[in-house]
Design a protein around this ligand. Structure first.
Ligand SMILES: C[S@@+](CC[C@H](N)C(=O)[O-])C[C@H]1O[C@@H](n2cnc3c(N)ncnc32)[C@H](O)[C@@H]1O
Length: 400
């Protein structure tokens, strides 16, 4: 791999070796990058000649095709692609990476390693490889891209190039139809990172209007300063999160604690605590203490949680973030199918048993209709009932 800094390269990446990029027939594929963005990535790879490439966020595989095409004539070069999903998020059916075999039906052994259904935090250590080129293009909801980057950085060589895509996607279509966030993740990551950065020469993305163009892709060169200043990225984790990655937070914490110093991990834990409260309370409070206090208040009572859906996951996520022991039974009519949540067994409801006075059931079911039916049955069996998250966390009295 070449090692020149971006400031002295004699090329414009998106204009370099475009004939090679044009060998792919994009009309048959489902690319999520524009022609200029694909050529920007192609030009960087054709010029710098990295050997070990990493892609985080695959979707149908348009990006993988572009990366593989850029290294197809370099026998030593290989690509590892990781996606959190098994199937394309747009239809829930098409296998992730499906487009690759349409262009490259006979890839040589070792050229492409596709890992599906995993977050990078679960696999980077096992892969045990050092990369000199990476593309991060994942959930776009803060803090996902920043967490992806922090998990990948320990496995990047000095001089590695990291491409961040969709740095301006938040301009597109208001809230993108997603009321949970603005898709700020990649912009926040980019601005918090130290390292030389290069954009395409011309802004071409018309997310605002045809006359108000923006850049939507950037490449960052990793150097010693990137690692020295990485505390800035940990600081950016305090910026309100747009999503809480409850399922991955444990593996992220585990991987980061092996690679980053204790004071930075304290920032990570504190930012995760505050933002667990923020996201899981539906942006009502940053105070995790106030939320977990509600669960702690039940500690000396016979209590049971009814419903093993999204709200129950949130309660367990809050307890995990706040180091609160959760030792209550969880009941659900679909217990056999659900089995367990985060290691907590889910059991079938037992309405036969007489319960001691003051026993409290917390109904976490989202549907009001089902919830009020369950309430009646539980009250009949002698339970004192708390119905729903509003009542459990007493949101009406939360002012912060
Ligand atoms: C915008 S698409 C990727 C597009 C692709 N890079 C391309 O150019 O065609 C985002 C993908 O990131 C995946 N994703 C979301 N969160 C992730 C995570 N934490 N780790 C890995 N992949 C993730 C989604 O499942 C989705 O397939």
């Amino acid at each position: 791999m070449r090692t020149e800094s971006f400031s002295i390269i004699p090329i414009v990446p998106e204009e370099y070796d475009t004939t090679h990029a044009d060998k792919v027939d994009w009309s048959r594929l489902n690319s999520e990058m524009s022609d200029q963005e694909r050529k920007f990535v192609n030009g960087l790879i054709r010029y710098f000649r990295p050997q070990s490439l990493l892609e985080v966020g695959v979707s149908q595989g348009g990006g993988s095709v572009n990366l593989l095409n850029s290294i197809i004539d370099q026998p030593q070069a290989g690509l590892t692609s990781i996606d959190r999903m098994e199937v394309y998020y747009g239809d829930g059916v098409t296998p992730v990476g499906n487009d690759v075999s349409k262009t490259f039906p006979d890839l040589p052994e070792g050229k492409w390693n596709l890992i599906k259904g995993k977050d990078p935090s679960e696999v980077m250590e096992m892969l045990g490889q050092w990369y000199d080129f990476a593309v991060i293009d994942t959930a776009h909801l803060h803090p996902i891209e920043s967490l992806n980057f922090l998990c990948v950085l320990p496995y990047l060589k000095d001089g590695a190039i990291v491409v961040l895509h969709d740095i301006s996607v938040f301009y597109y279509g208001g809230d993108n139809g997603n009321n949970n966030g603005r898709s700020l993740a990649t912009r926040i990551l980019m601005t918090a990172l130290t390292g030389e950065k290069i954009f395409p020469q011309r802004k071409t993305t018309a997310y605002v209007s045809n006359n108000e163009l923006v850049h939507n892709i950037v490449a960052v060169q990793i150097n010693a300063d990137t690692r020295k200043q990485i505390g800035d990225l940990f600081q950016s984790l305090y910026t309100p999160w747009e999503t809480y990655p409850g399922e991955d937070i444990r593996s992220v914490k585990n991987l980061l604690s092996k690679h980053y110093p204790i004071p930075l991990m304290e920032d990570f834990r504190q930012a995760a605590r505050l933002n667990a409260a923020w996201v899981l309370s539906g942006r009502r409070t940053f105070s995790l203490e106030r939320l977990t206090g509600a669960v702690q208040a039940l500690q000396n009572k016979k209590a049971m949680f009814y419903g093993a859906g999204q709200n129950m996951h949130s309660i367990l996520d809050l307890c995990e973030a706040g180091d609160v022991k959760f030792e209550f039974p969880i009941w659900d009519a679909n217990a056999r199918r659900i089995g367990e949540i985060y290691g907590h067994p889910v059991v079938e409801p037992n309405f036969e048993e007489q319960v001691p006075e003051g026993s409290t059931a917390i109904i976490t079911i989202g549907s009001k209709i089902i919830s009020s039916d369950v309430r009646k049955t539980l009250e009949y069996s002698g339970w004192t009932v708390i119905e729903g998250m509003d009542e459990l966390f007493d949101y009406r009295n939360l002012s912060s």
